[in-house]
Structures are given as C-alpha cells and as structure tokens.
Design a protein around this ligand. Structure first.
Ligand code: SAH
Length: 342
C-alpha cells in the first residue's frame, strides 16, 4: 500500500484523516504545526501526540524529506546551489540567493521539463515527472534548515514549467501561505511561465497576489517560435491578451523576462517591436544576457548592448530593468539548472 503524503495535505484534509483514525480533529493543527513550522521529519518527534496516534501515522503516512546530495557555494556572491535527492532517487536543483532584504530561493516544480526552449539547460534531458506539493515545499524547508535562516522570498523559476504542474503548484502555494504553517505571503512569491495561456487565465481568477513572470524572450512570433516551442501552441497575441487579463483582474504588474541572445533578438528593431506590443500594459521588462550552455551555440549579447536595449525600451515608455546574474561560477544562473548528478 502506498503511504499517504502527509505534508501535501491541508488542515481540513488532516482533520478528515484523523476522523478516519477515530482521533479528535484538533490534532490536525498540531500535526500541521510539526510539519510546516517546526518542520520535523519523523512522527516520533511530535511530542504532544499520543503514542497510539504516532504509531498509526507511522504505519499509514510518510513525511517527504529531500536530502542534500551536493551543495555548491559561489565564490563570487555566496549564492548556494543545492542538488536534492527525491524519495524515488530522482534529482532537482534549487538556488538560495542572499539579498539585503532577505533570503530568496529559486525552486523547481518538475523533474525535467517538456517545454523544449532552445536556450534552456533544464529541458535538455527531457521530462520525468511532476513534483508533489510536499517536494516543492521541502526545497524551501530543507534549504532554510541548512542555512539556519528563514527564507522570505520564493521564485518558481527552477527546473520545470509550473503551469504544466498546475494543481500541485496551487496546492503548494496554499500550503506555503497558510497562516498556521510557514506563513509566507504570496506577495513574496513569483511564478514564471513560458506561456501556458489557458492556465494563466485560471491563475488570474484565483487572485493569489503573486507576481507573474512571463518568459517572453522575443518581440514576435517568428523569433519566438524558433526558440520556444510553446509559441506554436499559444502565439504571442494570445499570450499578451492573457497577460492583460491577468494584470486587469489582479492589479498586479506583469514581469516580462527577456534573455538577450546575440544576433537573434537583441537589435533596436526588436526593442521597438517589443515596446509597441507592450505599450499600455501594467508591466515591466527584465533583461538578462542569455547564459551560455554547452548544448547550444547561443551567445550573450555584447555587454554594452544590454544597456542600449534597455534605453531603446525606456525611450518608448517601457519600464525596464537589467537582472543581476548570480551564481554564474556554479551554473546556478537562469536556465542553467539541471536534474543530473554530474
Ligand atoms: N518554465 C518556466 C520556469 C523556468 S524559469 C519558464 O519558462 O518561465 C527560468 C527562467 O530562465 C525563464 O525565464 C527562462 O526562460 C530563463 N532561461 C532559460 N534559459 C536561459 C538562459 N540560457 N539564459 C538566461 N535565461 C534563461
């Protein structure tokens, strides 16, 4: 019999479970506290529960635990990359970044990725499976324990496409922000998608308060379809329409990610075309020189051109920032995460 993944359960579901064990409902909050606040990894440590209940829990449930298989710390900026081993011996990576305003973690949502973006390392070894809500959460808990500090910002920008694992990601967000648990406001969470349009509409309706980032990386369908297969499923018009709807429904500014690739999407004409498409939308553009990976020939745009591109956009009235690259010496930057153990 498969054991129940108890860390993926809401308090209401725990209450149901306890009723099925003929135990009082109030134990649900106690167990939730042990799992999501004290973050214990064995039932025996839940010292305010009766022994009989601990035995039942041990028999029927499991507490998801990720072990740190490898940890690399950047010599440049203290960014830390973890390779976590999952209960079935698959692997994912997560990255902790230390900022003045607190610790931020970039987490994975799938083992591998199906999306096939040409410039991204995370997709190169294919897709294995979705992460469970507890496996997504546990990256935050395990890294927090390792650094001995609270993690206060979360970005879903690691391996995988969060909106391709929609139900587990929504459940994860509910657990993460539960006031009886880790209690992280979703204002401190960013979710990044390559553009799964139908799910953007669903997400908008939930009004969760998180920041939506869109991996845009091109000013038109011709360039976008060359590098991002998702564009053949949902084109740019459809994507930008969904983004407008998201911004209107949630009053949250959309963040467009744009990795500058030399000779592909980094010309002044590209900037002007991008600006004309985004004009009037509640949004900003985040530029990043593409990180080079071994499987492709894509090159970073020239450093001076990053600033030029920013100015071209700003001149057209588009709010634009340049993203700092962190953890480059340990392959922890955007698009460099992998699920292998090499
Ligand atoms: N699948 C989601 C979540 C991954 S986020 C998404 O596509 O948004 C990872 C971010 O890094 C995305 O914005 C992605 O487009 C970007 N990225 C991927 N490869 C990159 C590279 N080589 N250089 C810079 N950014 C890259």
């Amino acid at each position: 019999m498969n054991k129940i993944d108890i860390k993926s359960m809401t308090i209401e579901e725990l209450e149901e479970l306890l009723i099925s064990f003929k135990q009082p409902k109030f134990r649900a909050k106690q167990i939730f506290d042990w799992l999501h606040v004290k973050k214990v990894l064995i039932f025996a440590e839940m010292s305010n529960l009766p022994k009989s209940l601990i035995e039942v829990l041990d028999e029927s449930c499991t507490i998801t635990n990720l072990s740190i298989k490898r940890k690399l710390v950047s010599q440049i900026d203290e960014t830390t990359k973890y390779l976590f081993e999952l209960p079935d011996s698959e692997f994912v990576e997560s990255v902790v970044m230390k900022y003045k305003h607190g610790n931020s973690i970039c987490i994975s949502t799938q083992v591998g990725c199906k999306m096939g973006c040409a410039f991204c390392a995370s997709t190169k070894a294919g897709f294995v499976r979705n992460l469970t809500p507890s496996e997504i959460l546990e990256q935050i808990y395990a890294a927090g324990k390792d650094i001995g500090e609270r993690i206060s910002n979360v970005v879903l920008m690691g391996i995988g496409e969060p909106l391709d694992n929609y139900d587990n990601v929504i459940r994860f967000l509910n657990l993460l922000s539960n006031e009886n648990g880790h209690n992280l406001s979703l204002r401190h969470v960013s979710l990044s998608t390559c553009g799964v349009v139908d799910k953007i509409y669903e997400l908008a309706r939930l009004k969760l308060g998180l920041t939506l980032s869109i991996s845009l990386h091109a000013p038109n369908d011709q360039i976008r379809s060359q590098t991002m297969p998702i564009n053949n499923r949902f084109n740019m018009d459809e994507l930008l329409k969904a983004c407008k709807e998201y911004a209107n429904t949630t009053s949250r500014r959309i963040s467009f990610e744009y990795a500058l690739i030399r000779g592909v999407n980094d010309s002044e004409a590209c900037a002007n075309e991008l600006a004309s498409k985004l004009k009037g939308m509640l949004c900003h553009v985040n530029l990043i020189p593409v990180n080079e990976i071994k499987e492709t020939d894509f090159k970073k745009t020239y450093p001076k051109n990053v600033v030029n591109f920013q100015q071209w956009l700003v001149k057209k009235g588009i709010n634009t920032t340049i993203r700092r690259t962190l953890g480059a010496d340990i392959s922890a930057a955007c698009g460099q995460l992998r699920r292998d153990n090499l």
